[in-house]
Design a protein around this ligand. Structure first.
Ligand SMILES: [Zn+2]
Length: 391
């Protein structure tokens, strides 16, 4: 289906020739801060460069208001932990380690460093501990997050990158921001302005080189493959020094290291559209949701007592795009059952081993696929039937 969307111009290549990639008209969609909102989801891909983008729900006017006042993910009161066979590892330490692993020698000469989209400062704190001799600053739109960071004694200020001085930094890093901004071209150009000549920029965000269900997040406005990032670097006056697709615990993230150079006098997309798995992922996740709906009917007919294991992104994905929200879930399972945001779920949350007391027979795995092996093993030992959401 080819639908020309007249008002949209591709941020990367300037083309206005779009096809629709995804359309969900059930009146519900998911935000990346795990809210389900009453709104249809639409995604499009640019026929010239292949960059995938959302519809026009968010524009630069309402985006600033959204991230300053409404968005809750950056406000993070506590660390997010990945539960691995080696024990729990904080998200901040994983990102810090990953970024440094791109080459510690890149960090040695850098004295003034900036985090863009610093949230409540957890990653910034990790870097400050790691490099106590460098000067760090963070900038963040979300007011509640900035207050929390400042209460932690961290140098995070409220505002946009434009509010900082030109050429102030040797090194900038920005995690999971690029997919949220209205114009990545403008964002990248703003960051380059803040860097000294030959300054370094680390960008890390979901990659569509591999399946990534964030194409279903309504506030992820652009979806990039490696080729798109590479061309954004060229367009924005950077040289790509290296990139990595996938981390052991975040297989759908890519990390890119760029160095500021002279910007090109002109930029044009050359060659075929850049590759992404978005269309395939869209079809697969929709099939997963349809399969989940059939499972829910079955479990309901058999009057099974059902728990969900995993209460983060995949759970909310299923709440938004399947009938899970209307299904009588008995309880949720999590190793940290007392998180404050679980109060609004509408069911109790327990450590998995405690769910037998509630007569649970079946568990739906509403977690990232990377945990399925561990979870299946653990739940099977309790004699429970286990159903994965994602195929
Ligand atoms: Zn394009």
């Amino acid at each position: 289906m080819k639908a020309l969307v007249h008002q949209m111009i591709c941020d990367l290549c300037g083309s206005g020739d779009y096809s629709r990639l995804l359309q969900i008209s059930a009146g519900r969609s998911m935000r990346s801060d795990r809210r389900v909102i009453d709104c249809n989801l639409e995604k499009y891909f640019c026929n010239r460069c292949g960059l995938v983008r959302g519809g026009d729900l968010f524009n630069s006017q309402n985006l600033q208001d959204y991230y300053s006042n409404e968005y809750t993910l950056s406000e993070q009161s506590a660390e997010y932990f990945f539960h691995t066979p080696q024990g729990s590892i904080s998200r901040s330490s994983i990102f810090c380690e990953w970024i440094v692993s791109m080459g510690a020698h890149h960090w040695e000469p850098a004295m003034r460093c900036l985090e863009v989209g610093a949230g409540s400062g957890l990653l910034l704190r990790e870097f400050i501990r790691r490099f106590p001799d460098k000067t760090f600053k963070g900038i963040e739109l979300n007011r509640a997050a900035v207050m929390r960071a400042q209460r932690r004694g961290l140098p995070v200020q409220q505002g946009e990158p434009l509010s900082l001085d030109e050429g102030e930094f040797d090194l900038i890093y920005s995690i999971a921001v690029l997919e949220h901004v209205a114009s990545p071209t403008k964002f990248i150009s703003d960051l380059r302005r803040l860097l000294k000549p030959r300054g370094l920029l680390f960008l890390c965000q979901p990659t569509q080189d591999v399946p990534s269900y964030d194409v279903f997040f309504i506030d992820h406005l652009h979806h990039f493959g490696s080729e798109h990032l590479h061309q954004y670097a060229r367009k924005g006056g950077f040289r790509e020094l290296g990139f990595v697709v996938g981390h052991q615990w975040m297989p759908n993230y890519s990390l890119h290291l760029w160095q500021s150079v002279e910007p090109p006098t002109e930029f044009a997309w050359a060659g075929p559209p850049g590759y992404t798995t978005c269309a395939q992922t869209g079809r697969e996740v929709m099939a997963d949701m349809a399969r989940l709906d059939r499972l829910l009917v079955e479990l309901s007919e058999q009057r099974r007592r059902v728990a969900v294991f995993g209460l983060n992104e995949v759970y909310w994905l299923a709440r938004a795009y399947s009938g899970l929200g209307d299904f009588p879930v008995v309880c949720g399972l999590d190793d940290e059952p007392d998180k404050a945001d679980y109060a609004t779920l509408g069911f109790p949350v327990l450590v998995p081993e405690n769910c037998l007391a509630l007569g649970i027979q079946d568990v739906i795995l509403t977690m990232n696929r990377v945990y399925y092996g561990q979870a299946r093993e653990r739940l099977s030992r309790l004699g429970l039937n286990v159903h994965g959401v994602l195929s």
